[in-house]
Design a protein around this ligand. Structure first.
Ligand code: ADP
Ligand code: MG
Length: 684
């Protein structure tokens, strides 16, 4: 069954399975039990081919009456026609395996499940799930769950693994039945079984909206776990002391400031002084710096770090992706190496020998400033005297990961500084992380050119080609961001491949590159660097990549199906252009637009101010997806929504307080179920 497999070059290596699973938060059986479906496929019914409806995902059965392989610039495609008594249907595979050629050979009977659409020649399914063995057999009696997956992890594998975990784990309900009855919530095991395998007839709508009692139960549990963790972290903070950063001389900090080619903005100065004040205290700092894309957060982080180094402590900066982390490293090295600071890099792709050397430098204290990815929070990394932990794009890390970086040593807990371009309303931030302080850089450095944003219907996509040609002829470069399909890298890949093909066909004179989630890190890196070095004119990318490179020569960004993105995300993506001196543009290609959808895109067109955009987004949509949690992969809360589930949050808060007092052991056990790796923290 190759439906979920990725096309992979021969010899290409994936990270070890355990590592990829850990990325999804999957380590223990409980993690699997709590890995809930994003959506469901209804394979409980068969639709006659003649009655298939475009725009829906449906299931049908038929016989292959034609099958051919077709050459295209991006490679070979497989196209087949399936028919039953009521009609026929095209099936297209943009990349395929020999096994699929066999499945789709003439005369084969197949069962297909997939999105039905209006193709060139009639109805078609692009990359449906194809089965031959089940043809004519009885249909499943439960909806098929679709889980958040990752590189090389198939739905089939996840389904089996999760079903096994559901059998293996003793799902003891820790919450007393009386409490559940009061709240009108079902038992945990019932809720979990229902969510993983909803029976025929379950309301798909309630499931999708996550509003049925089973979902409420899970959200309640998550919120309770969060509350327990928060209370615990507050208690810890009272116990631990932070190193007092009160340097005798500010020589490094002053040199850094003096050497900068620009003066700090007022907002930067204010935020830096807020941080400096926190650092002199012996209570650990817990501060979030919010600032729009390009507002200059990196220099603030570097200055905070030099204060620590001036005082004889180490500082560390962690970023969510290899590319972002590397960019920070380069920038910081450029600022601080000339001042004689020892900066050390720690990344996932590093050679073992180099890594061991650097880990040793960190342990001995010779490394003064450490920059890297998740590699920083691995067990083997022990800091000599970490004074300050900095986390960039904090919303993309889980609570546990942030806490791990600032893990206390000998009763001392480092200060924590978090950076974010995703504006989170202060009230929301505070209710989430009860004792979080927030600083806002509400001013952009002078001289930034606003980006001109245009809304164009996807129907006029062809006209965009001439704009691209024009930019490239002027020696500039172009990003093309493909639609966001959150639950599946694979569909992402299909969409991106298709766009890439179209662009290659329509712009044959241009050098076009493609990056998507199914590529290895090296391949991604190679293509991104080619773009950075000007060897590609157009970079087609899925957001899985998070176009993180800084390419001042890129002056146009096209975002396909812009209506599917969050506003904050659109704004951040758009921030990738307009980095150089030239005038820059962003074209938002939209498909079907609802009234709200139109309103939202208008906000993006009319404003270049991330905070204004966030505020308007909040007005239009409510704060549901505001935190970008659904899009970021590592959400603050996976299931509950602070705003729409506010009543539940209140109940969770009350219950958590009572629970911790009356049965602390059970309360802690509950938190451990929810947070992988939380054990260490609770016992710290
Ligand atoms: P972000 O807040 O998005 O992380 P960066 O820290 O990457 O932004 O800053 C964007 C660019 O602006 C960098 O090239 C940085 O050196 C520059 N920069 C930062 N502060 C200022 C300033 N006060 N004046 C001019 N340029 C600045
Ligand atoms: Mg940044």
């Amino acid at each position: 069954m190759s439906f979920n497999a990725y096309p992979r070059k021969k010899g290409e290596k994936l990270a070890p399975l355990a590592e990829r699973l850990a990325k999804l938060g999957l380590k223990r059986d409980w993690d699997y039990v709590l890995h809930l479906p994003l959506r469901y496929e209804d394979e409980t019914a068969l639709v006659p081919i003649g009655q298939l409806e475009p725009g829906r995902s449906q299931q049908c059965e038929g016989e292959v009456i034609r099958s051919e392989r077709i050459r295209r610039p991006s490679g070979e495609q497989l196209q087949a026609v399936i028919s039953d008594a009521s009609g026929s249907l095209y099936v297209r595979l943009l990349h395929f395996y020999p096994s699929q050629v066999k499945q789709l050979s003439v005369g084969q009977k197949v069962r297909l499940y997939g999105p039905v659409r209006e193709g060139y020649f009639g109805l078609e399914m692009l990359h449906p799930k194809i089965r031959t063995a089940t043809v004519g057999t009885s249909l499943p009696t439960t909806l098929t769950p679709v889980y958040p997956a990752g590189e090389g992890i198939t739905q089939n594998w996840l389904r089996k693994r999760i079903s096994r975990a559901l059998l293996d784990v003793e799902i003891k309900d820790l919450i007393p039945t009386t409490v559940l009855n009061e709240l009108g919530l079902p038992h945990l095991s019932d809720a979990l079984r229902y969510l993983h395998h909803p029976p025929v007839g379950a309301s798909l709508q309630a499931l999708d909206q996550r509003s049925d009692p089973a979902w409420l139960r899970l959200k309640f549990d998550e919120l309770v776990a969060q509350q327990i963790a928060l209370r615990h972290s507050r208690a810890l903070k009272a116990v631990y002391r932070a190193p007092q950063i009160n340097p005798q001389t500010h020589s490094i900090t002053d040199h850094l400031l003096d050497g900068l080619p620009f003066a700090l903005t007022h907002a930067q100065k204010r935020v830096f002084s807020e941080i400096s004040a926190d650092l002199t205290k012996t209570t650990p700092m817990n501060r979030l710096v919010q600032g729009d894309v390009g507002s200059g957060k990196t220099i603030i982080a570097a200055l905070a770090a030099t204060l620590c180094i001036d005082a004889g402590f180490q500082a560390a900066l962690m970023a969510p992706t290899e590319i972002l982390a590397e960019q920070h490293y380069e920038k910081i090295a450029q600022w601080l190496k000339p001042l004689g600071i020892n900066i050390v890099w720690l990344g996932g792709k590093q050679k073992a020998k180099q890594r061991t050397q650097n880990v040793e430098l960190i342990r001995s204290g010779q490394a003064q400033f450490i920059v890297g990815t998740h590699a920083l929070i691995q067990e083997s990394v022990q800091f000599h005297n970490l004074g300050l932990a900095i986390v960039d794009e904090q919303h993309r890390f889980g609570v546990e990961q942030r806490l791990t970086l600032r893990r206390p040593v000998d009763g001392q807990m480092p200060h924590l500084l978090m950076l974010s371009a995703t504006p989170i309303p202060r009230t929301l931030a505070m209710s989430y992380l009860a004792d979080l302080d927030v600083s806002v850089i509400d001013e952009l450095p002078a001289g930034r050119k606003p980006i001109t944003t245009k809304l164009v219907s996807l129907k006029r996509k062809n006209e965009v080609m001439s704009v691209i040609l024009q930019q490239v002829h002027e020696g500039k470069q172009v990003y093309w961001v493909c639609p966001l399909i959150e639950e599946s890298d694979k569909i992402d890949l299909t969409a991106a491949t298709q766009t890439y093909e179209e662009l290659c066909a329509q712009l044959p004179s241009l050098r076009i590159g493609l990056v998507h989630g199914a590529l290895s890190a090296e391949e991604k890196q190679t293509t991104m660097l080619a773009f950075k070095d000007g060897n590609l004119d157009v970079l087609v990318a899925t957001t899985v990549i998070e176009v993180g490179v800084d390419v001042p020569n890129a002056t146009l960004m096209v975002i396909e199906h812009a209506e599917r993105f969050g506003l904050a995300q659109l704004h951040q993506l758009r921030g990738r252009v307009g980095r150089g001196a030239q005038k820059s543009f962003c074209i938002l290609l939209y498909g079907e637009l609802s009234e709200t959808g139109r309103e939202r895109l208008k906000v993006i067109r009319e404003s270049n101010d991330g905070f204004e955009i966030a505020r308007r987004d909040l007005e239009i949509r409510g704060p549901g997806e505001f935190l970008g949690a659904r899009q970021s992969g590592v959400p603050l809360l996976r299931f509950a929504d602070l705003e729409s589930d506010a009543p539940l949050l209140e109940k969770a808060r009350d219950f958590a307080a009572k629970w911790l007092q009356e049965s602390p052991d059970e309360a802690k056990q509950h938190a451990k179920r929810w947070f992988s790796g939380y054990e260490n923290f609770l016992e710290a």
